[in-house]
Design a protein around this ligand. Structure first.
Ligand code: ZN
Ligand code: FE
Ligand code: FE
Ligand code: ZN
Length: 268
């Protein structure tokens, strides 16, 4: 079964299940690799604006790291990854670099969840879409994504076309832009994440679109897979579709990470 590199835990304030619950589910399903990628603390915000329902606090981060490391030690028969999902916010690269350097992460997922402070993937912030012309919004989002890719901070680009989450689709042909992003990923050795959470939201499509994933394949970008599970029963969710999506884009292998190094696994 394909590895899952993107699960959250109750620590983030908006997910259910302990680290052990996710592991138990991974065992039940027969996963070969389970990677935890809970949300990194909201490092770019002043303390009073770090909403506890969006991410763990900075004081809780060492506990998360310790718990996953302990799980690795006590489950030597199963490959477990210590990952983290980190927001990309321009101007705060060095703060993020410092924070990431303090822990022995196996990999870092890079996410763009904010455009100039607007949490565009938050259902509570939907009114923001009315302020944008949709093609311009896509342009701005993917400009940030390219900055994230070039920052050198991330191993994997999480949910690459998250901007489609609520079903706002571009009018213009995005293929040229996808090519550009894919090329940037190849140059920076950033992997593309095939994320099944897109199927659970109005977009009703895996992140990224097949066109986008094919562009990644053409440029030799490596692929990783994540369910973005925020509940234990969503581990490896819709894995059959993830596999089909990868194969349709021409991928016959995916990667897992250890100590920030990718390891290739054949898709069976
Ligand atoms: Zn989350
Ligand atoms: Fe995310
Ligand atoms: Fe996530
Ligand atoms: Zn995510």
């Amino acid at each position: 079964m394909l590895p899952d590199l993107h699960v959250h835990t109750a620590r983030c304030g908006h997910a259910g299940g302990s680290i052990g619950d996710y592991l138990e589910q991974a065992r039940r399903l027969g996963l070969s690799y389970l990677g935890f990628a809970d949300h990194l603390p909201l490092y770019w915000l002043p303390l009073e604006e770090r909403h506890r329902e969006l991410a763990m606090s900075e004081e809780e981060l060492p506990g998360y790291v310790e718990e996953v490391l302990r799980l690795k030690r006590t489950n030597p028969d199963l490959a477990i990854g210590l990952g983290i999902e980190a927001d990309y916010v321009p101007g705060f690269e060095e703060r993020l670099r410092t924070l990431l350097s303090q822990h022995p992460f196996d990999y870092v997922l890079g996410s763009v969840h904010y455009i100039d402070g607007w949490g565009f993937d938050n259902p509570a912030c939907l009114d923001g879409y009315a302020r944008w012309e949709i093609d311009e919004l896509y342009g701005r989002y993917f400009a940030l994504v390219q900055q994230a890719i070039r920052s050198g901070l991330f191993d994997i680009l999480a949910h690459p076309d998250l901007i489609k989450k609520f079903g706002y689709r571009p009018r213009a042909d995005m293929r040229g832009l996808y090519e550009e992003v894919a090329r940037a990923m190849a140059e920076a050795s950033v992997c593309v994440e095939v994320n099944t959470a897109g199927l659970r939201v109005p977009a009703k499509e895996i992140y990224p679109s097949l066109e986008f994933l094919k562009a990644c394949r053409r440029y030799g970008v490596l692929a990783a897979v994540g369910s973005d599970a925020h509940q234990p029963h969503l581990v490896a969710w819709e894995w059959r579709l993830a596999r089909e999506w990868l194969l349709a884009a021409g991928y016959h292998q995916v990667v897992v990470f250890e100590a920030r190094k990718p390891k290739v696994i054949k898709i069976l």
